[in-house]
Design a protein around this ligand. Structure first.
Ligand code: MG
Length: 160
């Protein structure tokens, strides 16, 4: 078994929708970044890569490469998991936390977990998505940023 951790932060800009976990969530702000700035999928990607000791998302998809501008983070995650599979591992489970003052994410947690499972081709029951506010303090609470964290557990691959 191998464990990995991922963390990411993206700034918030005026105007929606919010691209998060491979979904578009109605909101009056969006995440700003070189790719599509999907903070949750970036944390998941880094957790998977970290568990397999395959580097990090910035090494696989450098922001100096024009091909990565506006890139779909679901595609980056799928490619990272393919590399993890090639290295001989498969995912046991993910546990994720999104730190966002707004919007209220509890109604979206199930859909976010299902979308992440769909991108990875795994059971939705293997993905947990939790959400925390910033308690109205700090950079999360002031709605300057959103952050995400993820822990991933890998096991030796059994499927073909
Ligand atoms: Mg990022």
């Amino acid at each position: 078994m191998r464990v990995g951790i991922g963390h990411d932060t993206h700034r918030l800009g005026q105007g929606g929708p919010l691209r998060l976990g491979g979904l578009e969530i109605p909101h009056d702000r969006h995440l700003v970044g070189h790719s599509d700035a999907d903070v949750l999928l970036h944390a998941v990607t880094d957790a998977l890569l970290g568990a397999a000791a395959l580097g990090d998302i910035g090494e696989l998809f450098p922001d100096t490469d024009p091909a990565n501008r506006g890139r779909d983070s679901a595609d980056m995650l799928a490619r990272a998991y393919a590399a993890v599979n090639d290295a001989g591992y498969e995912l046991v489970n993910l546990d994720c936390i999104v730190f966002a003052q707004r919007p209220k994410l509890s109604p979206h947690k199930g859909a976010l977990a299902e979308r992440i499972a769909q991108i990875l081709g795994i059971s939705p029951g293997a993905v947990s998505v939790k959400a925390k506010t910033g308690e109205s303090v700090g950079e999360v609470g002031r709605e300057e940023v959103m952050m995400a964290q993820c822990v991933a557990l890998l096991a030796p691959r059994t499927s073909a």
